[in-house]
Design a protein around this ligand. Structure first.
Ligand SMILES: Cc1cn([C@H]2C[C@H](O)[C@@H](COP(=O)(O)OP(=O)(O)OP(=O)(O)O)O2)c(=O)[nH]c1=O
Length: 184
């Protein structure tokens, strides 16, 4: 059965490849919603469904996987920063605190069955002053990542520890995806 990852995220592609899955990539044209009044997990799953459904409509013979990752702090979902100023503001806000990373996943099967699920990881941030933030941005590009950081890109500079799955922070809870596909 053909599997399509409906994502432009290089991290998701990498994680799914490492799992040994054979799949194609089709970037999803869907617009994400960032409505703070919707509960976090619901919001991530909804966005994942929008992404998967927008690709599935033209690929009805395939299994289509969509995903959405948000950083959540004090009731606010943080997506990708629009510029470096917003990226700095996000890391100042995360500094010295614990936040939640949620990745919602939606799998659309041929015939229309839809499975949605999510995973949560707690991330403990180091205390970061402006110099530490500038040093981190010399090592990693924050602009294409939710919350303005990549745990996989010099993550030790900013992250003290996590509770939960690392791959979920990176953008895809692989074990749960394989389980939904009936592979594990
Ligand atoms: C928190 C965190 C996020 N991210 C990335 C994963 C996702 O690519 C991105 C969150 O944005 P998303 O909107 O979930 O995904 P995307 O726009 O990159 O790709 P697509 O919608 O086409 O699937 O942030 C990391 O790479 N490392 C991290 O530590």
């Amino acid at each position: 059965m053909k599997v399509i990852l409906a994502s432009s995220s290089p991290r998701r592609r990498e994680l799914l490849s490492e799992a040994g899955l054979d799949f194609e990539v089709v970037a999803s044209p869907a617009e994400e919603i960032h409505d703070a009044s919707i509960p976090l997990a619901e919001l991530c799953e909804k966005n994942a469904e929008l992404k998967a459904a927008a690709v599935a409509v033209d690929c009805r013979e395939a299994i289509v996987i969509g995903a959405d990752t948000l950083v959540w702090i004090d009731g606010d979902p943080l997506g990708k920063p629009k510029d470096m100023e917003e990226a700095r503001a996000m890391l100042r806000r995360l500094s010295g605190r614990i936040h939640t990373v949620c990745t919602g996943v939606c799998v659309v099967f041929p015939g229309g069955e839809v499975r949605r699920f999510h995973d949560l990881t707690q991330v403990h941030f180091r205390v970061l002053d402006d110099e530490a933030i500038a040093a981190y941005f010399r090592e990693a590009n924050p602009l294409d990542k939710a919350g303005a950081y990549g745990i996989q890109e010099s993550g030790d500079l900013i992250v003290r520890g996590i509770e939960g799955n690392f791959d979920n922070v990176m953008g895809l809870p692989v074990a749960k995806v394989l389980e939904a596909l009936g592979i594990r």
